[in-house]
Design a binder for this molecule. Structure first.
Ligand SMILES: [Cu+2]
Length: 123
């Protein structure tokens, strides 16, 4: 095997290995994980580490009883498809669970995660 051929083989191996690392994970969430809010948020925004397939990805918000409370309108809100938003109705104080799932646009790999935020009672 020539040096050129070895270099080519290494380049190909590296190129093939890269997509396996390319999964879409949550980079930022608003409200942030663990946030304690004084006012109800109008939406949950999530920024992913890479482009997602919007039709196959989404965000669901549940109350402490497990009921879905979002407006079921999760959609990509940037042209790069790295940022999704789901709208919320006016929510009462309580702890809410955000569940996200994403399908990476480049390789179709599925990832998901969840976190909580709290809306504090007003007084
Ligand atoms: Cu992947």
């Amino acid at each position: 095997m020539s040096i050129t051929r070895i270099a080519l083989t290494l380049a190909l191996a590296t190129g093939l290995a890269a997509p396996a690392l390319a999964h879409a994970y949550m980079k930022y969430g608003t409200p942030a994980p663990g946030a304690k809010l004084r006012a109800a948020p109008a939406a949950v925004d999530i920024t992913f580490t890479e482009a997602v397939a919007p039709g196959l990805s989404g965000i669901v918000v549940r109350d402490a009883a497990g009921r879905q409370v979002d407006k079921a309108d999760a959609k990509a809100i940037d042209t790069a498809d790295t940022h999704m938003r789901v709208d919320l109705p006016p929510l009462p104080p309580g702890t809410y669970q955000v569940l996200w799932h994403a399908v990476a646009a480049d390789d179709g790999h599925h990832t998901e995660g969840q976190y909580h935020f709290t809306i504090a009672p007003t007084r």
